[in-house]
Write a protein that binds this ligand. Structure first.
Ligand SMILES: NC(=O)c1ccc[n+]([C@@H]2O[C@H](COP(=O)([O-])OP(=O)(O)OC[C@H]3O[C@@H](n4cnc5c(N)ncnc54)[C@H](OP(=O)(O)O)[C@@H]3O)[C@@H](O)[C@H]2O)c1
Length: 364
């Protein structure tokens, strides 16, 4: 299947105003693409203003288009003439915006509607689907190193929860199950159609610069980091490791996949830490932030952390995963984790999303 270039026509991005979607728009514009950014509400300035400003900063161009993943045919006009679709958006559960069943239904329904519009476009050659590490991580012993060969559906023979029954009572199961199903679905629909191929991106803990206040995403990884700048404890993922990838690297990988002449239908790329430096405990995250922002009293793990260390010696050694395939096959150059952590914190403060807990000065 031929690769896509900026002279083949526009590229559409769903979820263009979202955290990953907006960075994906930037990466396309840096390479001179005409981007059709899809948003749910073109009249919301927090979701549109920062995107339209990009037209003054990069060689490419972005226009914004209103569409809804839950409506069949919503993307027909937008995708017409496009060479590729980067399907980044999906209804998320952030801040209780959607219940687990709605997240699952939106994921699968959204894919069907996006693919329907791709087929009717007659021009789209490649679909890049934003899946998640949630579609990779499965029950495994501590220290296990995950790769693209792993599926979240592996080792589930004795897991009575691994199904779509009563999703609202089962937390994150619907998200992981939906991402596994979603990847298989895009690949099957592409194979059946034959006019485009579908490749998945599986990001893990995505951090890096926020571009708009809407990127706070209540309950997200970046949100948990942001709260620690106010001196609060970090309630998220302290029992294990934060496996960190930069949002700019996730975004660039989407574009490199669209352009790749070697990617084929069914390929998937894990976007995770570059190496051990990006696999850190919540305590180490606090130390990174404290070193880079010495004037702020950064919050750390909750009190239960110390009891866990006393009992087990260290947090659970997972998830271990490196983005080797994206680096070798796509030529992705990743950001150092220090830069990823610092820019997350700095943009939280610059956007006025947190009031940092400033350290008291000694003396008069
Ligand atoms: N952030 C992470 O750590 C992470 C990790 C792994 C995978 N992912 C995946 O990455 C993708 C983007 O996530 P994100 O973290 O960037 O979240 P986000 O900032 O909330 O972005 C999600 C986007 O989806 C769009 N959307 C939601 N419902 C929609 C609907 N009914 N119709 C059309 N668009 C809709 C939203 O559009 P509007 O703003 O226009 O409403 C929003 O821009 C998701 O597929 C997610 O599963 C994220």
């Amino acid at each position: 299947m031929p690769s896509v270039t900026s002279s083949d026509g526009p590229v559409a991005v769903t979820g263009a105003s979202g955290f990953i979607g907006a960075h994906t728009v930037i990466q396309l514009m840096k390479r001179g693409y005409d981007v059709r950014g899809c948003v749910t509400d073109t009249s919301n300035p927090d979701k549109t203003g920062f995107l339209l400003k990009l037209n003054d900063e990069h060689p490419g161009n972005v226009t914004l288009h209103q569409a809804n993943l839950l409506e069949d045919g919503s993307y027909d006009e937008i995708f017409a003439g496009c060479s590729a679709v980067l399907h980044v958006g999906t209804p998320m559960g952030y801040g209780g915006a959607n219940r687990p069943q709605q997240v699952y239904d939106g994921m699968i329904g959204g894919i069907n509607n996006v693919v329907g519009s791709i087929k009717r476009s007659g021009s789209v050659k490649r679909l890049v689907y934003t899946s998640s590490f949630a579609a990779i991580g499965h029950p495994a012993p501590p220290g296990y190193r995950y790769t693209e060969a792993d599926w979240a559906s592996d080792n589930r023979e004795n897991d009575a929860n691994w199904n779509t029954k009563d999703l609202n009572d089962k937390g994150e199961v619907g998200y992981a199950y939906g991402k596994v199903e979603g990847e298989h679905l895009v690949n099957r629909l592409a194979a059946e159609d034959g006019s485009f191929d579908a490749i998945s991106v599986c990001p893990i803990v995505v951090l890096g610069p926020l571009l708009s206040v809407v990127h706070e995403c209540v309950g997200s990884w970046q949100y948990a980091l942001g709260r620690t700048l106010t001196g609060k404890n970090n309630p998220r993922g302290w029992q294990a490791l934060w496996n960190i990838v930069d949002v700019r690297d996730v975004a660039e990988a989407h574009v490199l996949i669209a352009e790749s002449a070697t990617c084929k239908n069914g390929d998937r790329f894990q976007l995770s830490a570059t190496d051990e430096s990006g696999e850190i405990t919540v305590k180490q995250l606090q130390e990174h932030l404290q070193k880079q922002l010495p004037h702020i009293a950064v919050g750390g793990p909750p009190p239960e952390y110390d009891a866990m260390i006393e009992k087990y010696g260290k947090p659970y050694d997972a998830p271990r995963a490196h983005c080797d395939k994206a680096r070798t096959e796509l030529g992705l150059k990743t950001h150092p984790v220090e830069d990823t952590i610092r820019t997350t914190a700095e943009t939280f403060i610059e956007l006025g999303l947190v009031e940092p807990a400033l350290k008291k000065r000694d003396g008069p």
